[in-house]
Design a binder for this molecule. Structure first.
Ligand SMILES: C[S@@+](CC[C@H](N)C(=O)[O-])C[C@H]1O[C@@H](n2cnc3c(N)ncnc32)[C@H](O)[C@@H]1O
Length: 261
């Protein structure tokens, strides 16, 4: 049976406050066996399971610390496996849908093609794949501030925001679409999402970044405690420009790409 994917729009950016609502619009979820590659703290996976009581989800996580935390909080229908997207320990055609939410750009560039081939391999024919990556630097000033400040404190020169391996490395229009097609996926379509963070304060955002496995934390982990503290204080001060009397509103633009095998 072929799935009926809703065609995605490319512009203008769509304002969303819940990426899972949009996912439910774009791809069929009910009763599906899903895999999330790079599930992180599994916040989205757990919410998805709560909203759809008939799906099974396997969350792959490559970061051992995060994987251990996930295992410590078991949940019915949620299975955690330690692995990267470049080597998925499942048979061909094991899943109806594969998700890579804000994780594709974390796959090391030399492993990118292998990871996408792997994602396609574990999908059944007609199954769907869906990724979400950050778009360009001008639409994601919080990320450029985070990275720029972290690099300066680490004594490193500024980087091209699209540099392979960076948070925005897949943000050029059409880049993910090309990668998906090269992996043999079809009906590829990307929707641009305006998904601003709405938090009570800048501190909430900085705590979230500190808690995420990612390049900013890695850069600052190499510093001694007082230098790292100075860097986090500087980051917080700079990001406070997005705060007003009503809270912290961080611009955040994403590209959601959906396709089928
Ligand atoms: C920002 S988190 C996203 C977590 C979750 N998907 C979400 O949207 O909330 C990015 C995740 O990508 C994971 N990651 C890093 N390298 C990866 C790889 N080679 N394959 C799959 N995931 C990877 C990281 O460990 C991290 O958990």
């Amino acid at each position: 049976m072929t799935e009926n994917l809703t065609p995605a729009k490319t512009s203008p950016p769509r304002l969303i406050d819940d990426e899972l609502d949009l996912l439910a619009e774009l791809v069929p979820l009910a009763g599906r066996r899903l895999i999330e590659l790079g599930c992180g703290n599994a916040r989205l996976a757990r919410t998805l399971l709560a909203r759809h009581p008939d799906i099974e989800l396997t969350g792959l996580e490559v970061d051992q610390r995060q994987h251990a935390k996930n295992l410590a909080a078991p949940q019915p229908r949620l299975h955690f496996v330690a692995a990267g997207a470049q080597a998925i320990p499942f048979d061909d055609a094991s899943f109806d849908g594969a998700l890579m939410l804000k994780s594709l750009h974390h796959v090391p560039m030399p492993l990118m093609d292998t990871a996408l081939d792997e994602m396609a391999r574990v999908l059944r024919p007609g199954g769907w794949a869906c990724s979400m990556v950050f778009s360009g630097p001008e639409r994601n000033p919080c990320l450029t501030t985070l990275m720029g400040t972290a690099l300066r404190h680490a004594g490193l020169p500024p980087r091209d925001p699209y540099q392979p391996g960076g948070l925005l490395s897949l943000g050029r229009p059409g880049h993910v679409d090309t990668l998906f097609r090269e992996a043999g996926l079809r009906d590829v379509a990307t929707t641009t999402l305006d998904a601003p963070f709405e938090l009570r304060s800048v501190d909430e955002y900085v705590d979230f970044v500190k808690d995420s496995a990612g390049p900013v934390r890695e850069l600052l982990a190499a510093l001694d405690a007082s230098a790292a503290q100075a860097a986090w204080t500087d980051i917080t001060t700079r990001l406070r420009s997005f705060e007003d009397d009503h809270g912290w509103h961080g611009p955040n633009e994403l590209l959601l790409t959906a396709a089928r095998r």
